[in-house]
Design a protein around this ligand. Structure first.
Ligand code: SF4
Length: 91
């Protein structure tokens, strides 16, 4: 299961559990930025709020309806970086 728009080196799935509430739509939105403090708490910031005045910078969770929701798109692994030996399902 994939949650949120994370890049390598950013807080992992454990940080999502530390939010204290389900993230709702934000968990699958590319504008969600999850931050974890040194004290071990986590909070979610909406990066889209920087230029979209309809949105709060720190949305109240869970978000169930959002005009800025933009789902994270993940590319299939089999394209470009397949396993050695290639695809064997081509009958
Ligand atoms: S745009 Fe909406 S759904 Fe996406 S991170 Fe911001 S508040 Fe959450």
């Amino acid at each position: 299961m994939t949650q949120g728009a994370q890049a390598p080196g950013e807080p992992g799935e454990n940080a999502w559990r530390k939010l204290g509430a389900e993230a709702g739509l934000c968990a699958a939105c590319r504008h969600a930025k999850l931050n974890e403090t040194r004290k071990g708490t986590a909070y979610l910031r909406c990066t889209r709020a920087a230029w979209d005045p309809r949105l709060p910078r720190y949305p109240r969770l869970p978000v169930s309806d959002c005009p800025g929701f933009d789902p994270v798109v993940t590319l299939p692994r089999s394209q470009g970086q397949g396993s050695p030996g290639g695809n064997t399902n081509s009958r």
